[in-house]
Write a protein that binds this ligand. Sequence first.
Ligand code: PRT
Ligand code: ZN
Length: 283
Amino acid sequence: MKTLKIAIQKSGRLNEKSVEILKNCGLSFENYKSSLISTVTNFPLEILFLRDDDIPEYVQDGIADLGIVGENVIVETGAQVTYLQKLGFGKCTLKIAIPNESQITEVAQLAGKAIATSYPLILEKYLKENNVEAEVRTISGSVEIGPGLGLSDAICDIVSTGGTLKSNGLKPFSEVMKSEAVLIGKEGSDLLPEVQELLQRIRSVLRAKETKYVVLNVAKSNLKNVVDLLPGVKSPTVVPLFDDEWVAVHSVIAEHDFWEKINALKAAGAEGIVVMPIEKIIS
Ligand code: PRT
Ligand code: ZN
């Protein structure tokens, strides 16, 4: 059996969630902050802890079989890799932002302006697509102070809450790309059985995150109304109670409309609703 290598961020915004998803897949490994490599004891896998910027190329060149990294970094490095699975964390948007007092209202008005960014390739492509000739100034960090220092008229940077822009007197202007953490693999190669196994585990963890396990009691006279609201994995489980006028219903419900569903269940006669997290859903 081949020992796979997966590259994840050593420290930074994606490290904790990357470790968490691998642990939730049932993988046992030590997560020493000082080590660059960790061996999984119950799966043929080694974990490489790297700077996120290096991860796409490690995977492209086959030094690592898999990687977890933000889409913004993959696109900026230009590495040729395959997206195996979006992972639902590290969500952010690369945006152009301008000073609050700026009069610019259209992308075309960026012509001739200087834009500071750590993402020159993505920004240049965006400007080209919009037929705008602007000066791209590459800086490696603290891009948001560019306009205040007179270094640029605008910036292009990652935004998540928008707090950093606000505290630097900037406002978002246009969206360049959305990003989240993705699992990547080498381009053009068939998936090894070990990779398929890991991918199946990751997908079952992601599915479980989107759903909750619900147990509720309902009078038999209201059962049909309650069951009509519940999908279950196939269909809800109905269990008799000691009081034979009542039953317990077990089901799963989606996270995205959770409260609407709970309120509808209560209105349909559900009582004693217990909600539990699900660890994995294996299909
Ligand atoms: O050391 P290493 O090179 O590995 O890490 P890094 O410092 O380059 O990256 P890191 O850990 O900061 O971010 C890793 C990845 O997280 C990024 O490539 C994005 O895919 C993703 N991500 C998600 C973010 C953010 N959210 C984010 N908010 N990356 C950076 N930011 C920064 C942004 O640059 C800006 O300075 O946070 C600030 C804006 O945040 P808000 O909330 O104020 O809008
Ligand atoms: Zn980095």
